[in-house]
Design a protein around this ligand. Sequence first.
Ligand code: ATP
Ligand code: MG
Length: 775
Amino acid sequence: MQHIISQLNEAQQAPVLQKDGPMIVIAGAGSGKTRVLTVRIANLMSQGVDAFNILSLTFTNKAAREMKKRIADIVGNNEAKNLWMGTFHSVFAKILRIEADKLGYPSNFSIYDTQDSLRLLGSIIKEMQLDRDIYKPKQVLGRISSYKNSLITVKAYFNNPDLQEADAMSKKPRMGEIYQQFVERCFKAGAMDFDDLLLKTNELLNRFPDVLAKYQDRFRYILVDEYQDTNHSQYLIVRALSDRFQNICVVGDDAQSIYAFRGANINNILNFQKDYENVVMYRLEQNYRSSRNIVEAANNVIDKNKTKLDKVVWTANDDGPKIKVHRSLTDGEEGRFVASTIFEQKMQNQLPNSSFAVLYRTNAQSRSIEDALRKRDIPYRIYGGLSFYQRKEIKDVLSYLRLVINPKDEEALIRVINYPARGIGNTTIEKLTVTANHYKRSIFEVMEHIDKIDLKLNSGTKTKLKDFVTMIKSFQVINENQDAFYLTELVAKKTGLVQELKKDGTPEGITRIENIEELLNGIKDFTEGQKEIDGARGALSEFLEDVALATDLDKDTGDDDRVALMTIHLAKGLEFQHVFIVGLEEDLFPSAMSMSTRSELEEERRLFYVALTRAEHQAYLTYAQSRYRWGKLVDSEPSRFIEEIDDKFLDHLNPIETSNYRYKPLMNIDVFGDIDKSKLRLAKPIASKPPAYLNTRANDKPNVRKLKPVSGIKTEGSNLFETKLAIGNVVMHERFGKGQIISIEGIGADKKAEIKFDVGGLKKLLLKFAKLDVI
Ligand code: ATP
Ligand code: MG
C-alpha cells in the first residue's frame, strides 16, 4: 500500500492519509481526483475498514466498474467485490428493494423509464379531459421531476400556495391533481420512476429512524466523485447517511459542472464547508492527464467564465502537439476527416481503436461519424445510447419503410399499427393476430380482407384498419416511381410521426425530430449518390439493406477495441489519447437553446472545457461550414469556443484564407460522390500566373457571368452526350451551386465529371443527369 501511496504527489497523499472526518477536494480536470478516491478506498481497506462499510458514489456505472477494478488490483478481488459502488440511482435502487415493504412497495417494483411515464401521464391528461397542447406530457413530466428532486411531495405541493400559483400562472392550474394522479397510479402499479429512486430513499431515511441508523452504521465511510453535479435530493441523502460518522470525502470541480439543466446544484460544493464541522479542504493543481498545450488551452477557455472558483492547473507533461483545428464543407466531410485521421493515426502509430474518442454536443451528430467509420471498417461503440438506427423514432420510421417493402413484416407492423395513435386498440390487434395464425396468413393480409372475415369488429375499427392498409399501399405505389428520400420524407409527414414529435417543445422532443432529420439526410446522401453515379433511382430496398447491415455491424462482439462515440455529457471523468470534438459551430455548440443568458453560456463553456480536458495527447476541433437540416444545407459559423483559445495552441489544418491555395485531389471517389479528404494534400501556393488548365476565358472577365446551358446538348452528329465541358470550367449545378471541374472521364452516356463545389465538396456526377451551366 505504501508503494501505491508513494506514487501520488504530496497534495494527493493528504486526502488519502486523512482517515476520518469530512473533507472536500476541489481541483481541475485530470489532477487525480478520481485516483485519490480510488487510493483512499484501498488505503482504508488496508487499514482494516471492511468493504461493507464503504459507500462510493460515482456519476456513471462504468466509472464505478473501472474504479472497482483498480481497487481490486491493489487489495484483491475478494475484498473489493463487497464494496458498495455505483451511481446514486443504482445503489439506492438496491437499498429500496431491500426496504420496499416499509414504503408499501413490492421488492420487485418496476422502474419506469421516461417512455412509460410519458404514456401514463398522457392517459391521465386525457382522462382528466385536459388540453394536451397546454398540458404537454413532457413538460408536465419535467415539472414533476423537478418537484421530486426538490423533495416536494404531493402533500407539500398542496401546502404551498406559491407553487400552485406559479402553475396557475403558466396556465396549468390542475398540475397538482395530475401530480397526485401520477404518483397514485405509479404506486398502484408498483412502479418507481428515476426521480422516485432518490425521493423514496429520502422518504425512507426521514420516516424510519431505525433504517437511517442501520445505513449510517453500515456506510461509515462515504465518498462521492463528481460532487459538483449532485442535485438537491442526492445531496440530502449523502448528508443524512454521513451525519453520524461524518467520514465523508467529496471531490469535484466547479468548472466541470454541466448538469444544472437537470437540477444539479453547484451550491452543494460551495456550502459543503458550512454543512459539516472541521471540514478540511484540499486542492490539487498538477494535471497528469494531458500534454501542456491542452492544459493551457483549457485554462484559456475556462478563464472566460466569470462564475468560478479560483484554481490553478499546471502540468509537468511535454508540450505535445498543438490542438488541430479542421474546417470542412459539410458534416459528411467532417465525418470522413475524423475517420481518415483515425485510420492514418492507427497505421502510423500502431494505436488501438480504443485510444480514440469522438465527442459531440447532440446525439443526432453521431450519424455522419458512424457512416464514415463504417466505410473505413473502423469498429466503434456508441455509449449511452443506441446506435443511430436503433433509436426509437428512427426505428418507427424504418418500420413503416419495412412495411412498404414487405407488408408481411409483423414486427414492423405491430410497432407502428397504432403509432402514432390511430385508434387501433390492443384487443383488435389480438384478434387480428389470432386470425392470421389460424389462416396461416400475415396480419396485413387479414387486414386486406377484413370485410370478408367475421372478427366482430365495429365498422369504425374496420375503417381504421382499411385506412392503414390503403396508406401503406399508397406508399408502395409511390415507392415504384420515386426515390427513397422522397418516400421517407412523405412517410415521416403522412403517418403523423413528425407532427407527433413537434407537438411537444421539450429538448427531448426536439432531439427526436433532429434524429429523423438526420435519417433523412443520410437517405438523401444515399439517393443522390446512387442517382448521380450510375443513374439508379436510389431504391428504398437497397437503403434498408444498408441499414440492416449497419445494425448487424453494431452488434456487441465482445471486442472492446472500438472508437468511443458519445456526447460530452457522458464523457465526464474519462480520458482518451486522441479526442475529436466535432460540430464546433455556433448554434450547435454552444447550443442555440443555451445562449440566452450568461449562465447558460457559461455552462456550455464548461461543457467545452470538459470535452477538451478528456484528451491526453492530441485534441482535434472540427467544424463544418454547412450542415444538412431537413435535407437542406444550412450555413454555419465556427464556434466562439475555438476563437477563445490562444492561437499559439492551435494548428489550423486548412486555414480559412484559401485564396492562395487549392486542393490537389490524389484519390478516388467514394460511394456518395465526395472525395476522401485524408487523401488530399494542400498543394503549394499557386503562382501569380494561373495554371494552364484554368479556363482563361472565365478568368479574363470575372464579372461577366454568361450562363450557358450545356447538359445533354447535342453538339456533333451521333455523339449525343458530348458537351463542351472542360477541366477547369466553373459551373453552376441546380442543387450543389457553384463548382469547378477537376476531371472528366468516360465517354458518351457514361461520361462523368468530378467537380469541386464551393459548398458540398467534391462530387462525381454523371453528365447525362447533371444539370450544369458553365459560368
Ligand atoms: P476529471 O476531473 O477529468 O475527473 P480527475 O481529477 O479525476 O479528472 P484522474 O482521472 O484521477 O483525474 O487522473 C487523471 C490521469 O492522471 C489518470 O490517468 C491518472 O491515472 C493520472 N494520475 C493522477 N495522479 C497521478 C500521479 N500522481 N502520477 C501519475 N499519474 C497520475
Ligand atoms: Mg475524475
